[in-house]
Design a binder for this molecule. Structure first.
Ligand SMILES: C[S@@+](CC[C@H](N)C(=O)[O-])C[C@H]1O[C@@H](n2cnc3c(N)ncnc32)[C@H](O)[C@@H]1O
Length: 275
């Protein structure tokens, strides 16, 4: 399949799935490869024939949607964000918890892939925050629409490439190495749970103190869906809590109750009476 043909096909199909082409421009190779495989499996000669299949069978759209899920992630992705979470955001949340009668900082990682983001937070908590707040615990929920991702997150075993950005001193302290495989130490799974969930249809109850919604909703979903999902996240993030998005993403324009921390894709939600 020629790139030009696949681009034309995606520009036609993605909006029909509530997805946006600009988000896929750079990662289209992955999607095109999967679509090409599907064509061969169905014995189709070209994308026009595949459009006919889509027109005749609505279930094929569900299949196409699965081809559009991009699984890329790694530990400590966007180092500046994690540094700021460790230096400022998590300590602030831990310090505020007792005033609310709580001993827990609650976090949600949306589109958690194989758990890289959730466990990055967990490692950060143990290494940098917990010593100063011994009475406070962290709970982290990771949700993803792909069952294979959830299974990998629960297994918590990674290749070296997934860890390349994690500070090396923590790599030693957080993983047991077995040849090329790095197994997360069992203690670091405490407080971390994963759940199969499609963010378009379902959300956990909350409330959360920190929500990470990176490199999914605000990259791949079309604008109307972005705003709808943001509304649902907003109802689950407590006032004064933090929302983190991807470093190349921006929030929809009608998000006035969120203020960025200087230059970072980390937003604090206005507390009652602020600003
Ligand atoms: C590009 S990865 C981002 C992983 C991580 N948040 C990060 O920034 O490194 C996107 C993840 O979102 C998941 N995903 C795709 N569509 C989803 C949906 N509708 N609901 C929940 N997760 C979804 C994919 O399976 C994939 O694991």
């Amino acid at each position: 399949m020629r790139d030009r043909d696949c681009v034309g096909f995606l520009q036609w199909a993605l909006p029909r799935l509530g997805l946006r082409w600009p988000g896929y421009r750079k990662v289209r190779g992955t999607v095109c490869k999967r679509v090409g495989r599907r064509l061969r499996a169905l014995g189709l000669v070209d994308l026009d024939a595949y459009r006919d299949v889509l027109a005749a069978d609505p279930r094929e759209w569900e299949c196409l949607e699965t081809f559009c899920r991009i699984p890329i992630s790694r530990f400590w992705r966007d180092r500046g964000v994690f540094e700021r979470l460790g230096r400022e955001v998590l300590p602030a949340l831990a310090a505020e918890a007792p005033a609310r009668g709580e001993r827990l900082v609650r976090c949600w990682s949306i589109g958690c892939a194989s758990g890289e983001e959730a466990y990055s937070l967990r490692i950060l908590w143990r290494e940098e925050v917990q010593p100063a707040f011994p009475g406070i615990e962290i709970s982290i929920l990771g949700t993803d629409v792909e069952s294979t991702m959830i299974a990998r997150a629960e297994a918590a075993c990674y290749g070296e490439g997934s860890l390349k950005d994690l500070p090396s001193r923590w790599r030693e302290r957080a993983f047991d190495r077995d040849g090329g495989a790095f197994h997360l130490m069992p203690g670091l799974k405490e407080g971390v749970v994963f759940r199969l969930q499609d963010i378009r249809e379902e959300q956990p109850d909350g409330p959360f103190d920190l929500i990470l919604c990176r490199n999914l909703v605000f990259t791949y979903f079309e604008e109307g869906l972005q705003a709808a999902v943001l509304g649902r996240l907003d109802r689950r993030l407590r006032a004064g809590g933090y929302l983190v998005i991807g470093s190349h993403e921006r929030l929809p324009d009608d998000a006035p109750s969120y203020a960025p921390l200087d230059g970072l894709p980390v937003y604090r939600k206005r507390a009652d009476g602020e600003w």
